[in-house]
Design a protein. Structure first.
Length: 238
């Protein structure tokens, strides 16, 4: 079924604490799916070209419409997050290359569904208000940029430099690859992979990350488990 629109009606459901299910939203019917997708794509393209509304407002509206259409039998949520990344990249917002937007959405899943439900009321009658979903997505994007800034701070250290007349000033000194990797390792909880560390340290080459991890293993600061692509690391318990 990959790459084809849904052929049966789907529903956005939620499970109550007692195990019962209820329908949060009913997407468009299968026969309406293709024209609806074409319409939101064309409307988004025209709005971007007009440049009257900031892309950071247009992107959540497009994603909200996509989720209300729910065009596929499965994987609509995953596709919406891929589309979010694509549209952000095309408009110059590349934080998703370093910070997982999907992770932040997963961490705030309750708020995600509440925002989606609040924005979808009246959608079929063109009486919806996408504001809750816009605010939610802007919050997620802002959280990703803040996390990125925190990681970038690992690249340098502030040190005191003593001046001859007794005064002191601060200077930013670039850390070595080993120090940056060690700081990234310290930020991890539980097991992690070389790729996890490389994503936190975009300024360092993969070879430098690997060499630094090997040095930390030799120092018994971390342990390596498994081999090849299945290998992962964990900090040594003190």
């Amino acid at each position: 079924m990959g790459g084809t629109y849904k052929i049966t009606q789907n529903y956005l459901k939620e499970t109550r604490p007692d195990g019962t299910e209820f329908v949060r939203f009913t997407p468009v019917a299968p026969y309406e799916t293709a024209p609806c997708i074409e319409a939101i794509c064309e409307n988004y393209r025209l709005a971007i070209e007009e440049k009257k509304v900031d892309p950071l407002l247009l992107i959540p509206v497009f994603i909200h419409d996509f989720l209300c259409i729910h065009p596929f039998g499965d994987g609509n949520g995953r596709m919406s997050r891929l589309l979010t990344l694509l549209l952000l990249y095309r408009n110059g917002y590349e934080v998703g290359k370093f910070i997982s937007i999907e992770k932040h959405i997963e961490k705030t899943k309750g708020a995600y569904y509440d925002a989606l439900e609040g924005s979808s009321k009246g959608w079929h009658d063109e009486a919806d208000d996408p504001t809750p979903f816009i605010k939610y997505m802007l919050g997620v994007i802002l959280a990703c940029y803040r996390e990125f800034e925190e990681r970038v701070e690992m690249i340098g250290k502030v040190t005191l430099v003593e001046i001859k007349d007794g005064k002191a000033k601060t200077a930013l000194v670039k850390s070595k690859a080993y120090d940056i990797v060690k700081a990234a390792v310290d930020s991890k909880i539980g097991k992690f992979t070389k790729r996890d560390i490389a994503n936190i340290c975009p300024s360092i080459s993969e070879k430098s990350v690997e060499a630094s991890l090997r040095r930390l293993v030799d120092q018994h600061y971390i342990e390596r488990h498994g081999a090849g692509r299945n290998s992962f690391y964990a900090k040594v318990s003190s």
